[in-house]
Ligand binder design. Structure first.
Ligand SMILES: Nc1nc(=O)c2c([nH]1)NC[C@@H]1CN(c3ccc(C(=O)N[C@@H](CCC(=O)O)C(=O)O)cc3)C=[N+]21
Length: 283
């Protein structure tokens, strides 16, 4: 193996320690930072994720309230609950776990969250703020990827960063963050012709497609930094990313593993956004 590993678990622990410090400082001023997590339905994966998020919060001194509702909940009731949380000054962050049941309009539900409490960074106001460089909340996954690059002291200015994937929650915001650091950014996607010809020019590659082996060793310039956002299962049911880790680690300069890479950082950045929301509310 030539590539060095960027350890998401270790970095997330550091981030949580920083959040704990900020939480303690706010508590000393009489403010209890509080994240409201809404889970609609009984998807097993979502139940596990939301429990993890609540446990992470409690570990860093943040209060987390997990509210569970049946899949049959009318959309109007969910919107009303979100509006009540918007008005509640003791709540600083609101997260609606996705996916939500199909009879609900995800866009409408996200837009109901007050932008000042949008700790997922999914609201159009958050996306707009990122695009124009105004304070807001950055989506946790690309924010975590940027932190991972910072953790190795990587200078993005003038580098060619290639993002594979154009989702609203990872690819597009990731590209904006890299652009904000003066990288030259290329966004690739399912209709891109000759992906390898583009990725071979990259100094940094962020793979965020949701498909195994999207990036293989022959597509990577020696020494490049490879960030793997993928969360897939292989034929044995084991968690794996979008990157052919075994092959690419022989070529890349740095690489993130799955599990133990971007996933833990996504969870850590939610805590950062929540304490930031509470600090802003406290003035
Ligand atoms: N409103 C909303 N916000 C989200 O941020 C959100 C969501 N809905 N819905 C689902 C996805 C998925 N997601 C993950 C975060 C961390 C890990 C994570 O920590 N993964 C571990 C492994 C966990 C395992 O073993 O299954 C790792 O990569 O090491 C996974 C998945 C956040 N999501």
């Amino acid at each position: 193996m030539t590539a060095k590993l960027i350890d998401g678990n270790a970095l997330a622990a550091q981030v949580r320690a920083e959040v704990s410090g900020r939480t303690a400082a706010l508590k000393a001023k009489g403010v209890q930072p509080h994240l409201a997590i809404i889970l609609v339905g009984d998807d097993p994966a979502s139940q596990v994720y939301t429990k993890h998020k609540a446990a992470d919060s409690e570990q860093t001194g943040l209060k987390a309230t997990l509210e569970r509702f049946p899949a049959s909940m009318p959309e109007a009731d969910l919107l009303a609950r979100i509006r009540a949380l918007n008005e509640d000054p003791s709540v600083h962050g609101i997260l609606v776990q996705l996916p939500i049941p199909r009879h609900m309009d995800t866009h409408k539900v996200i837009e109901a969250i007050a932008p000042a409490k949008d700790v997922d960074g999914f609201h159009v106001a958050s996306a707009g703020a990122l695009m124009v460089g105004q304070p807001g909340f950055w989506p946790c996954t690309p924010f975590g990827c940027l932190k991972m690059l910072d953790s190795i002291g990587y200078e993005l200015k003038g580098k060619h960063a290639v993002v594979i994937g154009r989702s609203n929650i990872v690819g597009k915001p990731m590209a904006m963050m890299l652009l904000g650091r003066d990288a030259t950014v290329t966004i690739c996607h399912s209709r891109t012709k000759d992906l390898g010809a583009i990725t071979r020019q990259a100094d940094v590659i962020v793979a965020a497609v949701g498909k195994r082996n999207v990036l293989t060793a022959d597509m990577v310039k020696p020494g490049a930094v490879v960030i793997d956002v993928g969360m897939n299962r292989n034929d044995e049911g084991k968690l794996c990313g979008d990157v052919d880790f075994a092959g690419v680690k022989e070529v890349a300069g740095w690489i993130t593993p799955v599990p133990g890479g971007v996933g833990p950082m996504t969870r850590a950045m939610l805590l950062v956004n929540t304490i930031t929301a509470a600090e802003r509310a406290a003035g």
